[in-house]
Write a protein that binds this ligand. Sequence first.
Ligand SMILES: C[S@@+](CC[C@H](N)C(=O)[O-])C[C@H]1O[C@@H](n2cnc3c(N)ncnc32)[C@H](O)[C@@H]1O
Length: 262
Amino acid sequence: VRNRDVQDISKEVTTGVLGQKSFLPVSHPDYKYPTSPNPYWGKLQESSDLVYSDNKTEHNRGQWLSRFSSNALGQIPSPELHVEIGCNAGHVIVEWAAANPKGLYLGIDWKFKAIYRGAEKARKRHLENLLFLRAYAERLEFIFGPAEIDHLYLFFPDPWPKKAHWKHRFVTTERLKNLASLVKPGGTFEIKTDHPEYFEWMLEALSPCESLWETLSVSRNLHEGNPLAHQLTMPAVTLFERIFIKEGKPVHRILLKRRANS
Ligand SMILES: C[S@@+](CC[C@H](N)C(=O)[O-])C[C@H]1O[C@@H](n2cnc3c(N)ncnc32)[C@H](O)[C@@H]1O
């Protein structure tokens, strides 16, 4: 399920981009996205109010609500911002946005083509409460302002099973602390994985963050006891979740709540 693109881009994320004036890792505050030969890179630069790409994803920090159409905002008295990290081509978030016009949705992925496809779906379905960002998740703190997000989702992040690759894992104590600053008190963070060892790693990473995140629920087999689990379709399950259910792999899930005043 992992492709060559992902390997290439991960290298860029962890080691920085050569061929620029400076050589900065993606998580560095001064990092700038380079141009790319990928044909979808150009298409994303041209497009529109529904998609923000690369450096442009960092121009609306703290102001994302105002980037949704006034039409969408007008119908929502107290809008909540839902952000999905690694949304792929929007398989889940498009359906969520369609089912809940009172929520505002933002899907983020580093894959050019996936984001382009997601935005096309949103346009075809006239969804005004959904935006897509082509960006690295490692830059979330430069994309969002303090307490800007109401609900954050991370479904099936790459598990990087080999010890030599653990440094690429997205969930770490430091990251959980950073993400806590972006989520509103009372807001939530939901994580799912098929990988038992990565799941235990996540719980360990979480333990120094108890003052920031309250653990609402932990499941090591989310669909256990549901004889109809294999019939679930999106958005009740994600694209990858459906595959893992079919393969008989238990889905692990943590639901966290951002504590107030910490
Ligand atoms: C295993 S797939 C899961 C996709 C989807 N969440 C699901 O459950 O079906 C992981 C997704 O995260 C994206 N991704 C991985 N690392 C990323 C990063 N550092 N920044 C942004 N997206 C990333 C990949 O492109 C891919 O779409």
